[in-house]
Design a protein around this ligand. Structure first.
Ligand code: NAD
Ligand code: DAU
Length: 352
């Protein structure tokens, strides 16, 4: 049995689905179901007794302690977070509460549970913290990609709150001996991603005939990783990662935002041509930049390859093809997530 937090979100739900396919080991899934959590992602598990869903907050110490005592997991995989940089700029409070205070309470509950295990169980237990490359800050064009020893220089309320959580996880290992692992990953994309993030936003806007809003000059660079590759990397780190260590996870796919959006337009031009025969790229619009927008992220993922033999399976070309097709094949999922709350956010961020 493992405990997953945030298992109804984008990466968490992909992880739970892949885990139950690959491992046949039950999962307790603790998720508060914020705007980003969606049980529709897990609909295929509705009658699967191996998936136990609990709606609740990672910051609810009593609830987490009770779940740990009841289910006695051998590991906690911690995905739950507020994850959207633009939202963190508009309202940092939730990010501090969930990403820092919530992670602290989760660590305390885990420590209480772990300290009462037998010596063998204690040695086998793992707390795997899922973090981001954004904690390392922004790179210049010629700088080497982020390695695990790169200094922490977070620039947004989101990345600062994730950096805070990374430091807490590290301290709980160093001070109390909790067997932790931390992963810092680059931008994920794939099925079930909420359409406020770049790739799904561009796909749904393109199909709806809306503008494709690119911040600033579109030359900001991200490294892109297909979500299922992230999930397999986490399984490897959990199985064989060295306790107390950090592993950077990346796709070896540095691209500018403009390249990403143009690629999506090309795929859509082939798979679902516009009725008027024009290219979707005609919908590209340059809009006001994100405040403090990090210019470039790049991941040096050699450590996880060297130590655990993990490399991503998808190239950007194969991953984006699968992703675009998934959004085309799942219009109901898209329609359901575009609720009143979603529309409010889009109006606030981009104007009505
Ligand atoms: P997401 O926003 O899609 O999902 C987050 C999930 O956490 C949601 O289901 C939400 O309901 C849940 N949640 C939020 N606050 C909670 C709380 N207080 N208690 C319990 N559940 C809560 O996020 P995601 O993109 O799936 O990211 C998952 C994790 O991976 C995050 O920790 C994020 O920082 C990290 N990460 C994401 C990316 C990316 O590109 N998406 C890249 C690197 C790292
Ligand atoms: O690097 C990992 C991080 O990637 C994760 O930790 C975060 O949880 C995840 O949200 C993501 O953060 P980004 O800020 O990089 O993702 P986002 O999809 O919001 O933006 C990607 C890039 O696209 C960024 O440079 C901003 C730009 N962008 C984004 C949106 C939503 C646009 O140009 N226009 C947009 O409308």
């Amino acid at each position: 049995m493992i405990l997953v937090t945030g298992g109804a979100g984008f990466i968490g739900s992909n992880f739970v689905l892949d885990w139950l396919e690959a491992m046949d080991e039950p999962v307790v899934d603790l998720d508060r179901l914020t705007y980003a959590g969606n049980l529709e992602n897990l609909r295929s598990l509705a009658n699967d007794p191996r998936h136990i869903f609990v709606r609740g907050d990672i910051g609810d110490f009593a609830l987490v302690a009770q779940l740990l005592a009841e289910h006695r997991p051998r590991a906690i995989i911690h995905f739950a977070a507020e994850s959207h940089v633009d939202r963190s700029i508009h309202g940092p409070e939730d990010f501090i509460q969930t990403n820092i205070v919530g992670t602290y309470r989760l660590l305390e509950a885990a420590r209480g549970y772990w300290s009462k295990l037998t010596e063998t169980e204690k040695a086998a237990f793992r707390f795997l913290h899922v973090s981001t490359d954004e904690v390392y800050g922004s790179l210049g064009p010629a700088e080497a990609p982020f390695s695990e020893t790169h200094r922490y220089e977070p620039n947004s309320p989101y990345s600062a709150s994730k950096a805070g959580s990374d430091h807490l996880v590290r301290a709980w290992h160093h001070t109390y001996g909790l067997p932790v692992l931390t992963t810092n990953c680059s931008n994920n994309y794939g099925p079930y991603q909420f359409p406020e993030k770049l790739i799904p936003l561009m796909i749904v806007n393109a199909l709806a005939g809306k503008p494709l809003p690119i911040y600033g000059d579109g030359q900001n660079v991200r490294d892109w990783l297909y979500v299922k590759d992230h999930c397999s990397a986490i399984r490897e780190v959990l199985a064989r990662g060295r306790v107390g260590e950090t592993y950077n996870i990346g796709g070896w796919n540095e691209k500018t935002n403009l390249e990403i959006v143009r690629t999506i337009c090309q795929r859509l031009d082939t798979l679902r041509p516009r009725p008027d025969g024009n290219t979707y790229a005609a919908q590209i619009t340059f809009v006001k930049d994100r405040p403090g927008h990090d210019r470039r992220y790049a991941i040096d993922a050699r450590k996880i390859e060297r130590e655990l033999g993990w490399r991503p399976r998808e190239t950007f070309e194969t991953g984006i093809e699968k992703t675009v097709k998934w959004y085309l094949d799942n219009p109901e999922w898209v329609a359901h997530v575009q609720s009143g709350a979603y529309r409010e956010w889009i109006d606030r961020q981009y104007g009505s």
